[in-house]
Design a protein around this ligand. Structure first.
Ligand code: PLP
Length: 301
């Protein structure tokens, strides 16, 4: 396969020719923000919500993006097309750019804008909801988890701890309360109510979380944004995770204990189906005729 292209500071370049200054503030200080937009069959899902969150993150760290940032949607669409990766996570990163290593902001920042694609599998209407095992670990992140910054070391260490334990995700606990996963939001059905941490400073307000909460409300489920405890998780009828790449995945074990009967529950499965339908409608995808066959793009209306 040809080398993929990336978009760096105004140019489409082969991956191996795209280089950053060693004093880029993204490298030195994690001084930057990012987004991941899931493209399905060449079309973005929830683009406007990702753009809005990017603006909030940029504003929070007082970073004025380069001019091309207002073209992130067409740049991303061109990149998935040129890389022939219609199904991909498209990664956007904006840093405060290269400057001599001093903590204070540079007088004249030259922000770095990077866009790259990470191929994923196509939407598969026949695939069952994924079942993931989780560990729990202390949430040691800073107090502004609502911004999508590059400062992910605590998330990385938590995810690695999960992998070392033979699990897929780490659920983070702050003073006994479940905040979120290392790269996902955590939701649970407790006594028939769908509960998740409120969208405050302690979690990233996931775009997928928002879509799924809307779908749940529309299906008549009672939704409460109130933090769960570990005891709530262990007593829950169902637990699941959401994220742009993860989509919606059932949690079937936590710290080695099964959640309910250890299989994805009916509410999780129904919400997963509703989510897939929502993606398909927005991205113009129709179910393939044969089960297990990947979906095909429908003509644009
Ligand atoms: N929480 C954290 C810490 C994340 O890193 C992510 C995604 O990367 C999410 C939640 C899910 O957010 P979204 O649904 O917008 O992808």
């Amino acid at each position: 396969m040809d080398e993929p292209l990336v978009f760096l500071n105004g140019r489409f370049l082969p991956r191996s020719q795209a280089t950053l200054d060693i004093e880029d503030r993204g490298v030195m200080f994690a001084d930057g923000v990012y987004e991941v937009v899931h493209f399905y069959a060449g079309r973005p899902f929830a683009m406007a919500a990702h753009q809005a969150r990017l603006q909030r993150s940029l504003q929070a760290i007082a970073l004025t993006p380069p001019a091309e940032a207002c073209r992130l949607a067409p740049i991303s669409a061109e990149l998935v097309q040129r890389n022939r990766t219609p199904d991909a996570g498209v990664y956007w990163q904006i840093t405060r750019g290269p400057a001599p290593r001093q903590h204070a902001f540079p007088a004249r920042p030259r922000p770095t804008l990077l866009v790259m694609t990470q191929p994923v599998g196509p939407l598969d209407f026949a695939a069952p909801v994924s079942a993931l095992r989780c560990i729990t670990t202390e949430d040691v992140r800073w107090q502004h988890c609502c911004y999508k910054t590059l400062m992910l070391l605590a998330n990385v260490l938590a995810k690695e701890k999960a992998h070392q334990a033979g699990c897929e995700e780490a659920i983070l606990l702050r003073q006994g309360r479940v905040t979120e996963g290392s790269s996902t939001n955590v939701l649970a059905l407790v006594q028939g109510t769908l509960r998740t941490h409120p969208a405050d400073q302690w979690i990233l307000e996931g775009v997928t979380r928002g879509v799924v909460l809307d779908l749940a409300r529309r299906r008549g489920l009672r939704v409460v944004e109130q933090a769960l405890t570990l005891d709530d998780l262990h007593a829950a009828e169902e637990v699941f995770l959401t994220g742009s790449t993860t989509e919606l995945a059932a949690v079937t074990a936590i710290d080695g204990r099964p959640v309910a009967d250890g299989r994805p529950g009916p509410v999780t499965t129904a919400l997963y189906q509703a989510f897939i339908d929502c993606v398909a409608a927005e991205c113009g995808i129709t179910p393939a005729s044969a089960p297990g066959t990947s979906a095909a793009p429908a003509p644009r209306a």
